[in-house]
Design a protein around this ligand. Sequence first.
Ligand SMILES: C[S@@+](CC[C@H](N)C(=O)[O-])C[C@H]1O[C@@H](n2cnc3c(N)ncnc32)[C@H](O)[C@@H]1O
Length: 328
Amino acid sequence: METETITQVEHDVPFKLDVYKGLTSSPKEISSKYFYDDEGSLIFQEITQMEEYYPTRLEMDVFKRNKSAIVERVEAEHVDVVELGAGDGHKTKVLLEEMVSKKKLTRFFPIDISEKAIRELLKNIGASERLEVRPVVGDFFKGLDQVVSHSTNPKLALFLGSNIGNFGPEERISFLTNLKQALRPGDMLLIGFDLKKDINKLMNAYDDPHGVTKRFNLNLLKRINRELGGNFDLESFHHHAFYNPRKGAMESSLLSLKEQDVYIEEYGVSFHFDAFEPILLEHSYKFTMTEINTMAKACGFFTVENFFDSTNGYVNSLWKVNSEAHFH
Ligand SMILES: C[S@@+](CC[C@H](N)C(=O)[O-])C[C@H]1O[C@@H](n2cnc3c(N)ncnc32)[C@H](O)[C@@H]1O
């Protein structure tokens, strides 16, 4: 394997500014992208190894069952694979190995906001593969700009782990439309969607009995303490996850268990919490096939094929940039 040094691109909005905006808005809200500092990325790895966190297992099942069919559907002879929010890459490895064995793959560009995640990925996607890896640390689109300026081959973009579920309905359309614009006609996107399912299964995954998801959510307050000099008392916040059927999403919040003021040194001010006031942290939307097909069309893609796990609880949908819908 040929591995180049990690490219760093600057973040769109710094953590400090976003946290201030989030704690002064009503309701208080902080983007889930800030979960992934070094400690958060390691806790997320723990989550993916839990029996209860089925999305990782189901997506891995999709790949093991369908890797050959997926790679056969990628038409171009040599492709560059670019993965948005790659994490530790342990599932991606299954696809990459298949592509290498079919001599389809030219280079792999994993993009992640977390340097720790990229370092874990580099341990997984290891020296035995005949593969050039060009890792990028940064936000999705800053990272993608960096990649497209270095890659002229046809591309297969990957957006796995039902990462798309973290975006609300409007945000996901603009995200995918922007992604389509960064790609070229004929380029492809393999995107993972968690399908709507039994609520108990969802609850177990997002509020597990071992307390790992709780630790993951509370780590965001620890991160504020560490990086911004906050004095959040973790014991006085409660991890609350529930399924909102009107939205079709799991929602995770931290609730202040009492009325309190939290001082953050970087801003030199305290933030007031009423008893049981939430900080909204994450939505994980769940989808139906009708919603997925409509989304593909609305964003300028057409569906090549859908690949399911053996329980039909998860789908990886292979989309192609629709040349007629490409305006530049
Ligand atoms: C839910 S995890 C999924 C990881 C991996 N794709 C998987 O399927 O296991 C989300 C990943 O996206 C990264 N991420 C979140 N927001 C991001 C952003 N705005 N730009 C780049 N990476 C981001 C996180 O650091 C994390 O590694």
